[in-house]
Every structure is written in structure tokens, then in C-alpha cells.
Design a protein around this ligand. Structure first.
Ligand code: 26Q
Length: 808
């Protein structure tokens, strides 16, 4: 675009924008609030997108391309305004125009609420996959729940987590379109009886409670292309707002009770990450979005296919994100048999051919099991179908392995009066995959070993990826510019092209610019820390960062104990030569997870002690940033030097934060777990720091009931010292971490914190040595970026297309 064209475009944009502001606020630009400025910009952007959206939908309907639907109970999409603007290719026009109008674009963007419609990795992965699908012109859509309240906001008060409701819809949400004309009815409870209708045995559902599912669609705009896909989120409503007869009898409260009970289904996101909690409302949520989503998919398919279901499973992929949507199997069977008139065998073939399943965790406490009694009374017809699926499946197994009763018992979907959702998901889909090589291996050899023997061809592996648009281009614009001016722009279409960066490893001028970018990102984070924690940190210090949900297996505790150990070292020897470090933590604990909340208290207590100790000469600082979410993450990753990925080996299915850090040039300090292993392979052993037990070693110990942590404790005075400090008042008057102490010593340290402690301290020393050689560190950092192509979600989506959905 030449400069006069650009000028014209900017003038047109400004005129349209000023108009919009007047339209949404009734104020002129000069009088408008930042909120209205944001709303006007959002609406203007939506105007552009909806036109393209309609075109995309028309194209999909006309050409009947294969459509993929991600069914997920979480979509952690993050803020959308900036991402839409960049994907539309309007970044320069908008940025410059707003500047010329004297407006603060950053402040405008901060008006947008960050929809917290997910807990962590699993929900964020879906958002990356939607972004990549649209970027690669692939028809893939999301199907989930429009929670009125997303994940709670975290406040840290007196060093402890306090939860505040996340009312993200408070000011309305400009990027959704409510479609009441596409609402469907979901039936809960009631009874089933069979009847002969026109000579056919038909199941009749009576006395059920009807709930209305109303879809809200959010456009998913591709990067610099014409594709706009859809994220459809369902909201629960009552059919009639009031139960009129009750209302007329003066039972006002009873009348509205039904309304609020119905609406409670999409009221709140369950805040558990990697933990199952068997609440009835959760089961309702699961069926609610599964049933609503499938109904619309079937209806649309027939509408554009001469009212016929022919070819359905060749054209529709139902991809289920973990087991929460596992009722897709029985629900699709119900629709095909009870509503479309198929017999069992045909319906079953279509169902299995359409569905594929990704598992995201091997932690036993996260595996979903629902009591038969609950399923039977809430979803009587679904239960009947699950029973029949199980009967037919177990019969097949009996026939195949008549003498192996133990195996047969282990594979049953219904066991001990509980329905095993993972088993249901495996039996009802043609593909199951893990999210990193190691994780997929553990699924085959341990978690789902029996199923792997029966269905070896169903098992796959697709390593996770993250979107380079959000986590590199948009969040680290200076790095983007530096890459563009050095290696060209091809990497933006194919992240493997970042390999070209290897040509610059020994270029001192490039290295200086590269380090300047990192420094400015660290300054930005330091300003955030000053503003929110009222603490000054040195941007020249090593930014050593662990941000993720707080969970025992992720071992924030190991990180914290190392800080305590380093503090002790410095107290003993204030002249200890180390590169100054800033240890940064952030992450939410599930509100009911006491142990995780204690870890947050511990980190904050250590921070308070360390940061106020003048004798340390500011060699170390500790920061806990409150309310980790997608927006905060975007400031954190670009500023990191060290990426802490220290889960107990075998427990972190993949991790995706590790990839976001890597793309921004942080060095991974990690265990050989999840995708860390593949990061190590990609960058080579000299560009990563690994330590600790392997997953084989961990499972070996676990086979024999764990290891004896007391033996380690007794031999090691450094460990004894930090352990005492947990309970002797060092960390503040009345602050006692007995519970953590006991978990490590009395309860045998389930996650091998003490067992890995020394290896971790050694690894931290290596990090310190490496950082003190600036040239080495810069090269390592560049090498990490250069090899991050493999961890783009574009690559993951291509893998899914080839291996699982069979699209290319
Ligand atoms: C289940 C039932 C009832 C209530 C809650 C849940 C529940 C909720 C969330 C169970 C599990 C989760 C989340 C799991 C998760 O986020 N797993 C992560 O998935 C990432 C993407 O694949 C991986 O990178 C992480 O390693 C994995 O922990």
C-alpha cells in the first residue's frame, strides 16, 4: 500500500470510527469515555468481520466441505479485539489512526474483559486450535457453554488467595451474536417407555423437565485470509420465564425458582483443573452442550443435504476434548435411532466414524466416573444406550478372550455402579490420542493398556501446539519486527522458517538488538510488578518464571524450596557470586484445594521475608502476581529468561506454557516430562537445562508404594534446614506450614519433591553459570526460538487433519 492510499484508508477509518462513537454513546469523541471508545471500535471491527463470516458460512453450506466440531466444556479464548484487528490486517491503520485522534489504544484494549471460560491448558488449547484452523482455511468450529461467570478472579490478600466472581458480561460483550431462532430444547429427568408406533418400536420420553439452550456465536477470524469460523456457546434459559399457574396462585418464589434452576446450568464454570468433582450440575452441563450442539449439527447437515443423513460421517468430525463431552457417543446414537430412524448397527457405525477423542490427563483423580443412579435418573434414555453399548462391547470382548475374565472386567464401561467416561469415549470413537509422545505412550502402556490391546489402530499421538499469532506476534511486537527485518516474513505463514534465525547466532549486531527487545519486555513486566505489587525489581536480573495452575504435581513447591535454600546460602555468605534473580510466580488454586492454597501462602511468605531483607543486597527477589489469566500471560512470556517446567515426570500430559516461553526465547529448566522432552529434542541438550527422575523411574518407585523421603531428609542438612523453616516461625509469626511439611515427610512425598531437590539445585546452578556468560545465553535463547516451529498449533492442526480427521 502506498502512502496516499494509506492516508485515504486512515481518513475513512477515522470518519467511520467517530460516527460509531456517536452512535454507541450519544457523545462526541471528545466527551466519550474509554469504555465507549472501546465499544465503538469493537463494533466497527465486528461490522467488517460479520460480512466475511456470512460469506464463509455460505461457502461451507454450498460446497459441503468436511466440517470439524470441537466439543469442549472450556474455551479460554482471551481478549479478541487486538487479535481481530491484526488478523484483518488493520494493525497499522487502526494504531496510527487512533494515535492521530489522540486516543490511547492500550487503554482502549484494556476495557475488554478477558473471558475466563476455561481453567487452564485444556481450555486454552481449544482457543489455539480454533485460531490455527481459521488461519489455515480449515472449517473447524467450537461448541461449548456460555458461562455467565467464568473462572473466578484471584486476589492476594495478606498473602492468601481470595476468590472474586468473574462477571465478564457486566458491560455486555460485543463479539457474540445471540441466535434465539436456533435455540433447541434439552430434556432432563422423566421416564422412558417403549411403544409401537406404525409398527416400529419407539422410545417415548415423558415427564421430563425441558430447558431451552440458546446459542451465542463468536466469530473466529483467520489470519490475513477470508475464513471466519464459529465458536458456538450455549446459554440455558427457561421456556417460559415464569410458571404462570404458580405465579397466579401467589407462589412468586416457586415460580422464579424454576427459572433460576434452569439458568443455573450455564451460570458458572467449575474451577477444578485436573480434578473430578461428581456434582449433578456438572453432569447437566455436560449433557446440555453435547445435546444442543449435536442437534444443530444434524439439523444443518440435513438442511444442506436434501434432508438426508447420507454421508454424514464422511462430512462431519466430532472431536471431543477430554471426556467431558463423552456423552456425544450415546447422544448421537439416540438422535440417529430415535429421531432419524436408523437401526443400531448403522447408527453405531456412523457414530464411531464421526467421533474422535483427545485425552489430556493421566492423574487418577481427574478421571471422570458417574454413579449409575445419577445418570439413570437425570438422563434415562442416555443411560439405556450406554448400557447397551457396554453390553455389546463386553460381549465382543468375551467372545475374543473367553478365558480372561479379569481383562473383561477391567474394560467394562460400567463398573462398581459407576460409568467410566474414558472407557465410553474410547469405545465410541475411531481415534484416541495423547497430547505429547510420552503421554501417548503412558496411555498405551498404562492408563488404557487393555483398550490398546483391543483397538491398537485407534491410538494416536498429536503433540500440542500454541498459536504464534497471539503468543509471539501480538504479545511480542518488538520481536516480531526484529524477525521481520532480519529473516523476512515467511515465518509468519510457516513457523518452521524461524530456523533462519540460526544464521544470526554469531552476529553481534543482531544479538544486541535481540537483547534489547528482551530487556524492553522485562521493563514492561517490571512496571506491571511495580504497579500491582508495589515492588521494584531489576530488569537486568534473571527473570525466572513459573506460571500455571497451582497443583501438587506441577511442583511450585520445589521452586519455592529452592528459593528458600538460596536465601539460606546468601544469609550465610552475602558475597555469594550469583547473577541477581527475580523469581516470579503466578497461578490460581482451585477454591477447594487446600494444599494448593497453602503453596500460595508459602510463596507469598517467602516473598515477604526475602524482599524485605536488606542484607541480601537485592540479589534475589520473589514476586507472586495475582490473577494469572490470558492477558497477564501475554505480558509475562515475552519477559522471561527462565521457563520453569518442573512437574514430576510422567504427570504433565504435555504442558503448553513451556512452548509459549520457548517461542519468546526463554530457556526451559525442566524435567523430562510431557512436551519438555520434545523441546529438548528440538533444541538439543546444550540449549535446555533438564534434571530429575525420569517417568520410568517414577513409575518404578510408585509400583512399590513410593520412596522413603525420610532417608533423603536424614542425610541432607540443606534439606533439613528448609524443612524446619516451614514450621519454626522463620516465615513469619504464626505462619506454620505443617501441612506441607507433613506431606513431604510423613506422607512420603507423593510427587518426589525431596527426591529431585538436589538435582534441581544443581540445575539451577547450571542456569546461573550459563546466564553469566551473556553470549552463550543469547545464543541459547535464539536457538530456542529458531526451533519453536514444531510447537506452533498450525503444525498440530495439520497433524490432526492428516492422522485423525483424514482431511488432507
Ligand atoms: C473434570 C470433571 C469435573 C470437573 C472438572 C474436570 C476437569 C476439568 C479440567 C478435569 C480436567 C481438566 C483440565 C485438564 C487439563 O487442563 N489438562 C492439561 O491439558 C493441556 C492441554 O492438552 C496439557 O498441556 C496439560 O499438560 C494438561 O494438564
Amino acid at each position: 500500500m502506498n502512502s496516499s492510499e494509506k492516508k485515504k484508508q486512515k481518513e475513512a477509518f477515522k470518519a467511520a470510527y467517530i460516527n460509531k462513537i456517536e452512535e454507541v454513546s450519544g457523545d462526541c469523541l471528545a466527551e466519550s469515555s474509554v469504555l465507549k471508545q472501546y465499544q465503538a471500535l469493537a463494533e466497527l471491527v465486528m461490522d467488517d468481520i460479520t460480512t466475511q463470516w456470512a460469506k464463509s458460512n455460505t461457502k461451507y453450506n454450498k460446497h459441503q466441505n468436511k466440517q470439524v466440531y470441537f466439543f469442549s466444556i472450556e474455551f479460554l479464548i482471551g481478549r479478541l479485539l487486538k487479535s481481530y484487528i491484526n488478523n484483518l490486517g488493520l494493525e497499522d491503520i487502526v494504531t496510527e489512526s487512533l494515535k492521530e485522534l489522540g486516543l490511547d489504544f492500550t487503554a482502549i484494549q484494556e476495557q475488554e474483559s478477558d473471558p475466563g471460560l476455561g481453567n487452564g491448558g485444556l481450555g486454552r488449547l481449544m482457543a489455539c486450535y480454533l485460531d490455527s484452523s481459521a488461519a489455515m482455511d480449515m472449517p473447524a468450529h467450537g461448541n461449548g457453554i456460555r458461562y455467565k461467570y467464568g473462572l473466578f478472579e484471584q486476589r492476594i490478600i495478606n498473602g492468601e488467595q481470595v476468590e472474586v466472581a468473574d462477571n465478564w458480561l457486566r458491560n455486555g460483550y460485543p463479539f457474540e451474536i445471540r441466535k434465539p431462532d436456533k435455540a433447541v430444547i434439552i430434556k432432563f429427568g422423566g421416564t422412558i417407555h417403549s411403544e409401537k408406533i406404525n409398527g416400529n418400536l419407539t422410545f417415548v420420553h415423558e415427564n421430563y423437565e425441558p430447558i431451552l439452550a440458546v446459542p451465542y456465536d463468536i466469530p473466529v477470524k483467520g489470519y490475513h485470509n477470508e475464513t471466519v469460523n464459529s465458536l458456538r456457546l450455549w446459554s440455558a434459559e427457561t421456556l417460559e420465564d415464569f410458571d404462570l399457574p404458580k405465579f397466579n396462585q401467589g407462589q412468586f418464589l416457586d415460580a422464579v425458582r424454576h427459572k433460576s434452576e434452569a439458568e443455573s446450568i450455564s451460570q458458572i464454570l467449575y474451577p477444578n483443573d485436573n480434578g473430578f468433582d461428581g456434582k449433578l450440575l456438572r453432569l447437566k452441563q455436560e449433557y446440555f452442550f453435547v445435546c444442543a450442539g449435536l442437534k444443530r449439527i444434524v439439523r444443518r447437515y440435513k438442511q444442506f443435504n436434501n434432508n438426508s443423513m447420507d454421508g454424514f460421517s464422511q462430512k462431519i468430525c466430532i472431536h471431543i476434548n477430554d471426556t467431558h463431552p463423552a456423552m456425544c457417543g450415546p447422544e448421537l446414537m439416540r438422535i440417529l435411532m430415535d429421531e432419524e430412524g436408523f437401526g443400531w448397527d448403522d447408527a453405531w457405525k456412523m457414530t464411531v466414524e464421526s467421533i474422535s477423542f483427545t485425552n489430556h490427563t493421566v492423574l487418577p483423580e481427574a478421571l471422570e466416573k458417574w454413579p449409575v443412579s445419577m445418570m439413570k435418573s437425570l438422563l434415562p434414555r442416555i443411560y439405556m444406550i450406554i448400557e447397551e453399548i457396554n453390553q455389546r462391547f463386553t460381549q465382543e470382548i468375551y467372545a475374543k478372550y473367553p478365558h480372561d475374565m479379569e481383562r473383561n472386567y477391567g474394560l467394562s464401561i460400567i463398573n462398581n455402579d459407576q460409568i467410566h467416561m474414558a472407557s465410553l469415549a474410547i469405545v465410541a470413537s475411531h481415534s484416541i490420542n495423547g497430547v505429547a509422545e510420552l503421554h501417548s505412550k503412558i496411555l498405551r502402556e498404562e492408563t488404557f493398556k487393555g483398550f490398546y490391546q483391543v483397538f491398537p489402530e485407534r491410538f494416536h499421538s498429536v503433540t500440542n501446539g500454541v498459536t504464534p499469532r497471539r503468543f509471539l506476534m501480538n504479545s511480542n511486537p518488538d520481536l516480531k519486527d526484529l524477525l521481520n527485518e532480519s529473516i523476512g516474513t515467511q515465518w509468519q505463514g510457516n513457523l518452521f522458517e524461524l530456523k533462519r534465525l540460526l544464521n544470526y547466532l554469531n552476529d553481534p549486531i543482531f544479538s544486541d538488538k535481540f537483547n534489547a527487545v528482551k530487556l524492553s519486555n522485562k521493563i514492561r513486566l517490571a512496571e506491571h510488578i511495580k504497579k500491582h505489587n508495589n515492588l521494584i525489581v531489576d530488569p537486568a536480573s534473571v527473570f525466572d518464571i513459573q506460571v500455571k495452575r497451582i497443583h501438587a504435581y506441577k511442583r511450585q513447591l520445589l521452586d519455592a524450596l529452592h528459593v528458600l535454600y538460596l536465601y539460606n546460602q546468601l544469609k550465610e555468605n552475602p558475597h555469594l557470586e550469583i547473577a541477581p534473580r527475580t523469581f516470579i510466580f503466578a497461578g490460581k488454586a482451585a477454591p477447594g484445594y487446600y494444599y494448593a492454597k497453602q503453596i500460595i501462602r508459602l510463596i507469598n511468605a517467602i516473598a515477604k521475608m526475602v524482599n524485605s531483607d536488606k542484607t541480601l543486597n537485592e540479589k534475589i527477589r520473589v514476586v507472586f502476581l495475582e490473577n494469572f489469566n490470558v492477558s497477564l500471560a501475554e505480558i509475562i512470556y515475552p519477559a522471561a529468561n527462565v521457563s520453569e517446567q518442573i512437574s514430576t515426570a510422567g504427570k504433565e500430559a504435555s504442558g503448553t506454557g513451556n512452548m509459549k516461553f520457548m517461542m519468546n526465547g526463554a530457556i526451559t529448566l525442566g524435567t523430562m516430562d510431557g512436551a519438555n522432552i520434545e523441546i529438548a529434542e528440538a533444541v538439543g541438550p546444550t540449549n535446555i537445562v533438564t534434571f530429575g527422575l525420569s517417568s520410568d523411574e517414577v513409575s518404578q518407585y510408585e509400583k512399590y508404594g513410593g520412596y522413603r523421603s525420610i532417608d533423603i531428609y536424614e542425610k541432607d542438612p540443606r534439606i533439613q534446614q528448609v524443612m524446619h523453616q516451614l514450621i519454626d516461625g522463620t516465615l513469619g509469626f504464626g505462619l506454620n506450614f505443617q501441612n506441607i511439611y507433613d506431606s513431604l515427610l510423613l506422607h512420603n512425598d507423593t510427587y518426589f519433591v525431596l527426591k529431585d531437590f538436589n538435582a534441581y539445585v544443581d540445575a539451577q546452578n547450571r542456569v546461573d553459570q550459563l546466564y553469566r556468560n551473556e553470549r552463550t545465553w543469547t545464543k541459547m535463547s535464539m536457538t530456542n526460538i529458531a526451533h519453536s516451529g514444531m510447537f506452533s498449533s498450525d503444525r498440530s492442526i495439520l497433524d490432526y487433519q492428516r492422522e485423525i480427521w483424514k482431511i488432507i
